[in-house]
Design a protein around this ligand. Structure first.
Ligand SMILES: Cc1cc2nc3c(=O)[nH]c(=O)nc-3n(C[C@H](O)[C@H](O)[C@H](O)COP(=O)(O)O)c2cc1C
Length: 161
C-alpha cells in the first residue's frame, strides 16, 4: 500500500490566499484546500488548520476574501504560507486594498478575488471546514492560475485537450 498522504497529494488544486481583518488589521494565509460548494446561492468551502493564527481571526471576523493566485505569484504565496502571522506582519510591502467586506485584495498577481461570508463551520479533524457564501467577485488582470500538485507549484501550459 502507498503512504496515504502521498496518494492524497495527487489531488490537483489551485492556490489561494485567504484574507480577513479584525479591528482594522489585515491577516491572511495560503490555502489550497478550497472547493466550490453550491450554485444557489454561490458557496465555497475552505479547510483551515486549527493551529494557524488566521483560523481564530476567521472565527472572529466571520468574513474572508479569497485571492486566487496567478502563476506570477509564487513568492507572495510562499510568504503567506510558510510563516505565521503570529510572529510577522505578512502584509508589509504588499500592495492591497480592502473589499466591501473589509477583506484584503491583492493589487497584483491574482486571477480573481471572492468576497465571502462564513455561514457554517465544522470541525474536521485538526482542521475547520468553513462554508461561506460568495457575496461578490472581481476578475484579476492575469488569467493564468498558479497550480499546486504533489507539493510543487506549476502552471497550465499548452492548449486544452
Ligand atoms: C501551497 C500551500 C497551500 C496551503 N494550504 C493550506 C490549506 O489549505 N489549509 C491550511 O490550514 N494550511 C495550508 N497551508 C499552510 C498555511 O498557509 C501555513 O501554515 C501558514 O503559515 C499559516 O499562517 P498563519 O499562522 O498566519 O495563519 C498551505 C501552505 C502552502 C505553502
Amino acid at each position: 500500500m502507498n503512504k496515504l498522504s502521498e496518494v492524497l497529494d495527487r489531488i490537483v488544486s489551485g492556490v489561494t490566499v485567504v484574507t480577513t481583518s479584525v479591528s482594522g488589521n489585515p491577516f491572511g494565509m495560503t490555502a489550497s484546500w478550497v472547493a466550490r460548494a453550491s450554485n444557489q446561492p454561490f458557496m465555497i468551502s475552505v479547510s483551515i488548520s486549527q493551529k494557524s493564527f488566521t483560523h481564530d481571526k476567521l472565527k472572529e471576523s466571520n468574513f474572508f476574501g479569497l485571492n486566487l493566485m496567478s502563476c506570477e505569484s509564487k513568492k507572495n504565496t510562499l510568504n503567506f504560507g510558510k510563516k505565521s502571522g503570529r510572529y510577522i506582519n505578512k502584509f508589509e510591502g504588499v500592495e492591497f486594498k480592502y473589499s466591501t467586506h473589509c477583506n484584503p485584495i491583492f493589487s497584483k498577481g491574482i486571477v480573481a478575488f471572492l468576497d465571502c461570508k462564513i455561514v457554517h463551520s465544522l470541525k474536521a479533524g485538526d482542521h475547520t471546514l468553513f462554508l461561506a457564501e460568495v457575496l461578490d467577485g472581481i476578475l484579476g488582470e492575469n488569467e493564468d492560475p498558479l497550480v499546486y500538485y504533489r507539493k510543487n507549484f506549476s502552471q497550465i501550459q499548452g492548449s486544452s485537450l
